[in-house]
Design a protein around this ligand. Structure first.
Ligand code: PMP
Length: 362
């Protein structure tokens, strides 16, 4: 028998792991999951009516809350899915080591999966990424190697260059490579995108999604376009990155360092299929952090900085939508990753994202 509409597999309600085609728990009726991996996927969607009203948006704005995944981000889905595919293909075996260059959340997702399944995990990570993420990966048993933020992606010093070097030196080690691995967009095509479609009962007019590797926007965008060719897919890319098209959009501030974590790159990852994106919007650090803080306050959503960027994208893209139209925004990770960063007033002041109060108590 097929399970939960999955035509490809014959997994049953007694399966101990998420269906490999959906990266979702196989059995919603299963009241006690067999492991925390059963809590990846099937994230809630929430209507942002207070926020929409505050910013004069007419459309029905709803959020896909990916920070509800077990490890706190959208990347848990690909951490699990890439490991499942590598096990299925037979090249990942007990006792092997996984190495991954990441901005943090893929590292947490992979480290979580590796902890449950018993693989050694090495993470290479640019210095810019928050200490909260590093501590979380360490707590999950991962070993961390930091690299300079300003290193070009193809230099030996970058997080990608270092991962390749360690991989060459270490026997039975594998880079699952979220930048190239088809399981990355697939996890979002079969999982996140399908869930959005189902939760919205087939009513999605626009989806606004921030891009790093591009797996999320590619997978969700493909699914939604396949279901509704008129659905508008909007990509969100921070100033400093070069993912947006047309390329002239990337000119102000091209390759400058920015603070929002997890989105934007100085190369085009293979996982990103820009043909599914109807148009791109560029976002600034300041508006992203301000809007993330505002969304926390107005809707109680404990989100991260790239969610703020996605919402900045909504304010630029969704004004054209009418009352009876629906816009979906993906909120990729949680405030937990940024307690010492944009959640902190001191950090916002020190980095010029907020005015320091002049008088005590004001
Ligand atoms: N936001 C955050 C916080 C992330 O860590 C990532 C993943 N790098 C993204 C957004 C973008 O996801 P994707 O890599 O699928 O484009």
């Amino acid at each position: 028998p097929s399970y939960h509409g999955c035509e490809k597999c014959t997994w049953t309600p007694n399966c101990t792991e998420p269906c490999p085609h959906h990266s979702i728990p196989p059995c919603p009726e299963q009241k006690i999951k067999d492991s925390i991996l059963g809590c990846i996927g099937r994230t809630p969607m929430v209507r942002l009516s207070r926020f929409a009203k505050k910013y004069d948006l007419e459309c029905d704005l709803v959020a896909k809350c990916e920070y509800f995944n077990a490890g706190g981000s959208v990347k848990d889905r690909i951490g699990l899915r890439m490991v499942q595919e590598a096990e299925k293909d037979g090249f990942l075996k007990q006792g092997d080591t996984l190495i991954e260059p990441t901005s943090g959340n893929t590292g947490i997702g992979l480290a979580l999966t590796a902890a449950i399944k018993g693989y050694r995990m090495l993470i290479t990570l640019p210095e810019k990424m928050s200490q909260e993420k590093v501590n979380m990966m360490k707590a999950l048993g991962a070993e961390i190697l930091r690299t300079p933020t300003e290193a070009a992606w193809n230099s030996p010093e970058s997080h990608i260059g270092l991962a390749l070097k360690v991989n060459a030196q270490l026997e039975n080690s594998h880079i699952l490579d979220q930048y190239k691995n088809p399981a990355n967009p697939l996890a979002h095509y079969e999982g996140t995108g399908q869930e959005i479609w189902d939760q919205c009962d087939g009513k999605v007019d626009m989806a606004v999604i921030s891009a790093g590797t591009g797996g999320t926007v590619t997978g969700i965008g493909r699914k939604l376009k396949e279901k509704n060719p008129n659905c508008v897919v909007v990509g969100v890319d921070p100033r400093g990155s070069i993912l947006a098209q047309p390329d002239s959009l990337n000119d102000p501030g091209r390759n400058q360092v920015y603070f929002v974590e997890g989105i934007g790159y100085d190369f085009i990852p293979t996982a990103l299929d820009r043909s599914v994106v109807d148009f791109w919007v560029k976002t600034e650090d300041k508006e992203s952090f301000e809007l993330a803080r505002d969304l926390i306050r107005t809707e109680g959503l404990l989100i991260g900085g790239s969610s703020g960027a996605a919402v900045a994208g909504v304010l630029k893209a969704a004004r054209q939508l009418k009352k009876d139209q629906r816009c979906v925004v993906v909120l990729p990770d949680s405030s937990r990753n940024y307690m010492s960063k944009f959640l902190s007033d001191d950090w916002m002041w020190d980095n010029g994202f907020m005015e320091r109060p002049t008088e005590r108590g004001s």
